[in-house]
Design a binder for this molecule. Sequence first.
Ligand code: GLU
Length: 375
Amino acid sequence: MTQLPVLSDFKRIVVKVGSSLLVDQKASVLNRDWLKALCDDLARLHQRGADVLVVSSGSIALGRTVLKLPAGVLRLEDSQAAAAVGQIALARIWAEMLSEHQIIAGQILVTFTDTEERRRYLNARETIARLLDMRAIPVINENDTVATSEIRFGDNDRLAARVATMVSADLLILLSDIDGLYTAPPHLDPKAELLPVIQRITPQIEAMAGGAASEYSRGGMFTKIEAAKIATTGGAHMIIADGRILNPIEMIEKGKPCSWFLSPSTPITARKKWIAGSLEPRGYVQIDDGAVKALSQGKSLLPAGITHIEGVFARGDCVLIRDLRGAELGRGLIGYDVDQASLIIGRNSRDIESVLGVPGRAEMIHRDDMALVGD
Ligand code: GLU
């Protein structure tokens, strides 16, 4: 039997909360007591020192009541209108409930493109990192009001998984209206059994994910398995757990059955592998011996250590890093567009503001965005 990790092992935890948990389906009002108890759980993880992020659905479910929209699946424009109304209430309630634990909430609304396009991806990642540095809890949802059908997640399971990999989280918890993955849909097959751990997502595992979405929550088991693929490839373990009880995270810790999807790697290795292997370099930076030494000590690459740049690249693109003899040291995601980069290479980071006219980032390539040969 595999030894399962314990929640206190994790440093950065994303918790996804589905609409059907947050919003009472009959009365279409918020489940306040439930949310209050969940915030106790989140505050406990936070007090232990973990970075905590919430991906919260519920804007459409809350907004549709206010707008008195009919029951059933909504047209895209109606769900966007409902989201616009409901998101205000949703953000307020999270801020209120977390403030009872002296925790600050920060609202982040993302679109699919924010997690796909590298420049926006880096921006979102940095904003979230700043919030976490300041010990806030980012409360994230899809920006439903502007996302059109072709370019939206539509479900927060996959959105949460993308967020988890974007912020290098080591754990994603999907709180759901089911307690895990079963060998068959349990409402159809009484012999179906809960799988406590899934080491690898095989075609058999995918086949087990029948089930569909409800009026309130978009994701069925299918999107949860898709989320598990994204999260585990990005180096995060993922849990599907029953959220229909009070203090669902405490209950996981007390041993309530749930499903763990284990990742074979860590967020750092997965990210380095992604940078090293899947991105086409758009150019290179040549660095002096001092910078070579700094990188070998695990530091970031500053503009001062760069002697030359080549290529056409934008912030977030992948570039090669070469030494003065042309040897390739690795690659990384560059922090500046080529025209800005060319103005600040060789300069001290203190001069960036006077050269560019705006305060810029100190690093040309942050060490978290770098994969060196032999890493
Ligand atoms: N973003 C949607 C909302 O806030 C929810 C999507 C989902 O339930 O997965 O209502």
